[in-house]
Design a protein around this ligand. Structure first.
Ligand SMILES: C[S@@+](CC[C@H](N)C(=O)[O-])C[C@H]1O[C@@H](n2cnc3c(N)ncnc32)[C@H](O)[C@@H]1O
Length: 522
């Protein structure tokens, strides 16, 4: 591991106090997850030779950037049932599951007993575990050939990690369950879903597939917890056409304009009409903002804009290189530059991040308090492109009430999202500005025509942010607004962004119900 360390971190002011390392809270968990993913994305963008995940984990460990290090039974401060993790190490960072194997254990101090007890398990969702039921899990023990692939098959024994599992059964103690989910699009890994507190209720032996003895542990989900894995199972069934989405009132709001259907769902009242009529369009009309002719559009051969050694004129306008890695924005900033219409590269160019089809199956759904809202059936990784704000570019707000305006001149809450240079071994002066270009003035109305973005409601604690994106079109500069995930977003979580407030104070009463709601917006 030491070979992977980034040794060039001279000073670092972003440390975490010993108290916060031991026990966290929501703000700390969210900020750690954001900082970690920003570090990982930057290391990936700069082609870190030791692997971006290993280096990011190593740097975070070395600087003690972690929380909830005190092992505990039951829930973990700041981590919610349903939270998702794209890398095993992220669970350790926030104290949900710190062990490198599927069982984390605790030695109970002062209990007079030396037997360790299991506090959390990660089910791979594969091997011999039975994982179909959202309220219980049959977890296979360790040893033999089942999980360690020995060459010599043998019976599992009551030793090693089977002991803390058996102790948790005896004590009827709380065990956190994390379910590993294979997701079609993520060929190189799993997503881990925190599914809440379970109790081990029984244990037995049976013959495994190879004829040798294996242990089975039955874990039962405790009542009154938010649905988590259950949601994933339901979505799978809707996607596979095995069951119909309850409350579905329209199959495809886009009427075929998008590559994926946009469902309309109402589970809160009897209204069956759906949102008021508008024309579904997939992009912004009349996006021209600056008529200066371009001199240096890209002349790259197909596929080469993304290459690190390449010198694509469009990529080079961005600080740090290709702005997007693995479909995620690396840093937000005053402006991001894409390849455009006259560039020599292909439609599939990796520097055309918002000129893509929808990556997620969205549904427009009736919310309890804010009319229609937007959410995704798929999990969304931090930084992912969600959609652009489609509509009509307008010069000024009209007399008529328009609830569907996007306005760059509003006052937006600041937030920190970009990586810290020190964490990737760069000079602190490399900090990428998070300010949107000051002179950018763009007003879009999605009242008459728009896409899924027009249904995103405002929140004072949003999970989505916007980013201006420039590209050349017919020799002119055009500016678009792209929405990106601020954090990892579990399926069926409402997607919201900060609408900003008019200079001075917002005019509308905010019903976002977040703990940090400031009461007004717009
Ligand atoms: C762009 S639309 C969003 C979609 C809208 N909810 C609908 O039903 O079509 C903006 C409008 O949604 C409502 N809205 C959005 N966020 C809200 C919030 N946090 N609190 C109250 N109303 C909100 C307000 O009526 C606002 O003018």
């Amino acid at each position: 591991m030491s070979g992977r360390r980034n040794e060039s971190i001279p000073y670092f002011l972003g440390g975490i106090s010993e108290k916060d390392q031991e026990t966290g809270n929501h703000a700390l968990v969210t900020s750690l997850m954001t900082r970690f993913d920003a570090t990982r994305r930057r290391l990936s963008q700069s082609g870190n030779v030791h692997g971006e995940v290993a280096t990011a984990i190593s740097n975070f460990k070395r600087l003690k950037l972690c929380t909830n290090t005190r092992k505990r039974f039951g829930s973990v401060p700041g981590v919610d049932v349903g939270d998702i993790f794209f890398i095993w190490g992220e669970m350790g960072l926030v104290g949900l599951h710190s062990a490198p194997v599927g069982v984390e254990l605790i030695g109970v101090e002062g209990s007079g007993e030396n037997t360790p007890i299991a506090v959390s398990v990660v089910s791979s969702g594969e091997n011999a575990d039975k994982t179909d039921d959202p309220d219980s899990l049959i977890f296979t023990g360790f040893g033999g050939t089942t999980k360690f692939h020995d060459h010599q098959p043998s019976d599992q024994k009551l030793e090693g990690l089977n002991i803390p599992l058996e102790a948790a059964l005896r004590k009827r103690s709380a065990v956190r369950v994390i379910r590993g989910m294979k997701v079609e699009k993520r060929t190189n890994g799993k997503i881990y879903v925190y599914d809440g507190i379970y109790i081990i209720t029984s244990m037995w032996e049976e013959k495994g597939q190879n004829g040798f003895k294996v242990f089975k542990f039955k874990l039962v989900r405790q009542p009154h917890q938010k649905h988590a894995f259950g949601i994933w199972k339901s979505v799978q069934q809707w996607k596979n056409g095995l069951t119909t989405r309850p409350g579905l009132i329209l199959e495809d709001l886009s009427n075929g304009a998008e590559n994926l259907k946009v469902s309309v769902v109402n589970e809160v009242d009897e209204e069956k009409n759906g949102p008021a009529l508008f024309t579904y369009v997939t992009s912004l009309k009349h996006a021209v903002i600056n008529i200066q002719p371009l001199v240096d559009r890209c002349t790259c051969p197909q596929g080469s804009c993304a290459s690190r050694s390449g010198n694509c004129a469009c990529v080079q306008r961005n600080v740090g290189g290709l702005p997007c890695v693995e479909n995620a924005l690396v840093t937000r900033g005053p402006m991001v530059f894409e390849c455009g219409g006259s560039c020599a590269c292909s439609d599939k160019c990796k520097n055309k991040m918002i000129q893509t089809e929808l990556n997620f199956s969205f549904e427009v759904f009736k919310t309890m308090h804010c009319g229609w809202g937007l959410r995704s059936w798929d999990p969304i990784r931090a930084g992912s492109f969600i959609c652009e704000f489609a509509g009509d570019k307008i010069i000024e707000k009209g007399e008529e009430e328009d609830d569907y305006i996007f306005d760059t001149s509003m006052v937006y809450n600041s937030f920190k999202w970009n990586y810290e240079p020190e964490l990737v071994g760069e000079d602190a002066s490399n900090k990428v500005s998070e300010a949107i270009r000051v002179n950018l003035s763009l007003l879009i109305s999605a009242k008459k025509s728009g896409n899924v973005a027009r249904f995103m409601n405002h929140s004072c604690s949003p999970n989505v942010f916007w980013q201006p994106i420039a590209r050349e079109q017919n020799g002119l500069w055009c500016i678009y607004i792209g929405f990106f995930a601020m954090k990892h977003i579990p399926p069926l979580t409402e997607l919201t962004y900060d609408y900003g407030a008019s200079p001075g104070v917002g005019k509308k009463i905010c019903l976002c119900r977040s703990k940090t709601c400031c009461g007004l917006f717009g």
